[in-house]
Design a binder for this molecule. Structure first.
Ligand code: FAD
Length: 372
């Protein structure tokens, strides 16, 4: 008899899990809080690593379609000093597929494909060990029971409390995101500076990262160390007030940085939260976590990749129909914790060095990871 499986969350983790199960003709219920795929802006660009995100897409049978959509040239990276001096200008080789970029919306649509997601189904609580399996309470008062519930519901997971008391804590770094459209036509100088990929500028306890997305869209992330209540006297809904406050924070930086802030229209406040490095829990039959719900870490190129490979591996594990599913789930969790724990350490140390009192640390980090 087929198990009744629900995955909570239609982000990279949940969709990859569901898509790989679908490939194996295994039914799965996808429960998503958002009312529709485009209920929220989908976010910026993601780089998918060969051995993580791309391997997951391969398991879903979607690697060729990814290759057609993704931007290998988006791997290009330029680093400037705060006075505008170009310190590094790295470009990928013609066949470099190490971590091409893809817009989140494109990735989501690729994964969605034939999946029948239940939109507008916000989960409130998950109760394992109920009479007929794992009970899901929904925000609208309904409830439903499954044999297996997978929490892929991100940083503020409603599934996680069934397994672990951990909650995310603030890293001390905040990002404010803005974006520009149609840069090649409207701001050709800035477009040339951003090039095909990313530009980063590192100063004392501040960083500025700009990333090209497809279609001439550019995302800008102003990052700085600040207490969580840094905006106590600022109305975050007032774009002009946020702009002025950022211009003051980045005062004296190279002109393109200030111009990007001038041209940005909407500002999104993103304090960076993380779960403890090495977060684990005591295994509970019938429930597990994937992705940010399990191991929220600084956004340094690993989170979506891990979410996807975990989703793909767990789905394969279930689809092969192990005689002892619970033992297989335990083994999966052990593997996930080991891999994610390593990345949580790397990205936590990375954030310390990228937004640090000594900008030379950021450059040294880049030199350490970037192939010459
Ligand atoms: C600015 C930025 C840039 C990043 N760049 C990269 C990158 O280049 N590479 C990379 O690997 N990672 C990157 N990351 C990290 C990456 O975005 C996350 O790690 C990844 O999205 C995690 O996927 P997920 O599926 O676990 O969670 P999410 O993407 O958060 O998806 C969770 C889903 O669950 C839904 N949900 C939440 N609560 C409920 C509920 N109660 N009931 C039902 N549904 C619910 C949400 O609506 C959402 O659709 C970046 C992050 C940020 C902020």
């Amino acid at each position: 008899m087929r198990r009744r499986i629900a995955v909570v969350g239609a982000g990279p983790a949940g969709l990859t899990f569901a898509r790989v199960l679908h490939r194996h003709d295994h039914p799965v219920t996808v429960l998503e809080r958002d009312a529709a795929p485009d209920a929220r802006p989908p976010g910026g660009t993601l780089d998918l690593q060969e051995k993580l995100g791309q391997r997951a897409l391969d398991k879903a049978g979607l690697l060729a379609e990814f290759r057609a959509l993704s931007r290998p040239e988006g791997q290009a990276m330029r680093i400037l000093d705060t006075d505008g001096t170009v310190l590094r200008d790295w470009r990928p080789g013609p066949d470099d597929q190490a971590h091409p970029e893809i817009d989140r919306r494109q990735l989501r649509d690729l994964l969605l494909g034939p999946l029948d997601v239940q939109w507008g189904r916000a989960v409130k609580e998950v109760v394992p060990g109920a009479r007929d399996g794992v009970l899901i309470h929904f925000a609208d008062g309904r409830q439903e029971t499954f044999d297996l519930v997978i929490g892929a519901d991100g940083a503020w997971s409603r599934v996680r409390p069934a397994l672990s008391p951990a909650t995310p804590h603030y890293t001390g770094v905040t990002a404010v995101e803005t974006s520009l459209d149609d840069v090649d036509a409207r701001h050709p100088d800035l477009a040339r500076l951003v090039g095909d990929g990313s530009v980063a500028v590192y100063g004392v306890n501040r960083a500025f990262v700009v990333q090209r997305n497809s279609g001439g869209h550019v995302k800008v992330y102003a990052q700085f160390r600040a207490p969580l209540d840094w905006h106590a006297n600022l109305d975050l809904a007032d774009a002009e007030a946020v702009r002025s406050s950022l211009l003051a924070l980045f005062d004296g930086w190279t002109a393109p940085v200030l111009e990007l802030l001038h041209y940005g229209s909407v500002f999104v406040h993103r304090p960076l939260y993380v779960l403890p490095v090495g977060h684990t829990w005591t295994h509970v039959p019938g429930v597990t976590l994937l992705g940010d719900a399990a191991h929220l870490m600084p956004p340094l190129g690993a989170g979506a990749n891990l979410a996807m490979i975990e989703g793909a591996e767990l789905a394969e594990c279930i689809a092969t129909g192990p005689a002892d599913l619970d033992a297989a789930m335990r083994a999966f969790e052990e593997r996930m914790w080991a891999r994610a724990g390593g990345w949580a350490k790397i990205t936590t140390d990375g954030l310390e060095r990228l937004v640090s009192p000594d900008p030379a640390e950021a450059l040294a980090l880049f030199d350490g990871v970037q192939p010459s």
